[in-house]
Design a protein. Structure first.
Ligand code: URA
Length: 233
């Protein structure tokens, strides 16, 4: 891996500063001053010092979890069981955060990571990353909702107009909904403010990353490099 990536991933500095400081002699690899920050190193083997400090390389972890019902999307909770109980000891020893919470009764794709930048990319209010849900409803879904969702539904309890959402009706009481915001209970509220009710909700994708169909509820795995690259990581 490039040495600037290794230093950057260890949260020691920004790429720009690393480049500048390396030019001034702040980068030493295996005892040699190196001014080119694009050189490749093996973090397991090479000894890298940046600004006099040994770079203790830490590989970020990115997990895809298929969340079952009944667990809250939190790393700790006083009263309720959390998704952390799905993870084994190795992952529990890490400082994981959740990228975009799901309600206790919502199932499906939940991302967790040790990488703060990744969490921010997914959850920042400015992020326009689409989250895709399958919603089963109490009543037949009216065709007119497609237009209503597209125009932005008024959420009365928050006195707020939701961003345009896409609605694809798959069956009388089943729809695919795509939203770009992480507001509390948003999918449920889109339907309830249109006089219907969501009976069950499953997140099936975040951006272009789909929930792995081979992952059973309660299972999880690390993201592949290809999957990570979907988010520019
Ligand atoms: N919208 C909801 O209503 N619930 C979720 O868990 C996610 C989106």
């Amino acid at each position: 891996m490039r040495v600037d990536k290794m230093i950057g991933n260890s949260n020691l500095d920004t790429r720009k500063n690393i480049k500048r400081n390396a030019k001034k002699g702040g980068l030493v690899i295996n005892g040699q001053v190196v001014k080119d920050t694009s050189v490749h190193v093996d973090p397991e083997v090479d000894e890298v010092y940046y600004m006099g400090e040994l770079v203790d390389y830490f590989e970020n972890i990115y997990l895809m979890v298929n969340k079952p019902k009944g667990l809250v999307s939190a790393t700790r909770d006083e009263d309720e069981p959390t998704v952390m109980q799905l993870l084994d000891d190795f992952y529990l020893s890490l400082d994981l955060s959740i990228a975009g919470r799901l309600d206790k009764d919502t199932t499906g794709l939940l991302l967790m990571s040790t990488d703060g930048k990744f969490i921010h990319t997914i959850t920042s209010p400015n992020s326009k990353i689409e989250k895709t849900y399958l919603a089963k409803t109490r009543d037949k879904i009216d065709q007119s909702l497609i237009e209503e969702f597209k125009n932005g539904v008024y959420i009365s309890e928050d006195n707020y107009t939701a961003r345009p959402a896409s609605l694809e009706i798959l069956d009388d009481r089943l729809a695919k909904v795509k939203i770009t915001e992480g507001k509390f209970h948003l999918v449920k509220r889109l339907f309830s403010n249109m006089g219907n009710e969501v009976l069950s909700l499953k997140r099936i994708a975040i951006g272009n990353l789909g929930l792995d169909p081979s992952l059973k509820e309660g299972d999880y795995r690390e993201l592949s490099p290809n999957e990570l690259s979907l988010f520019g990581f």
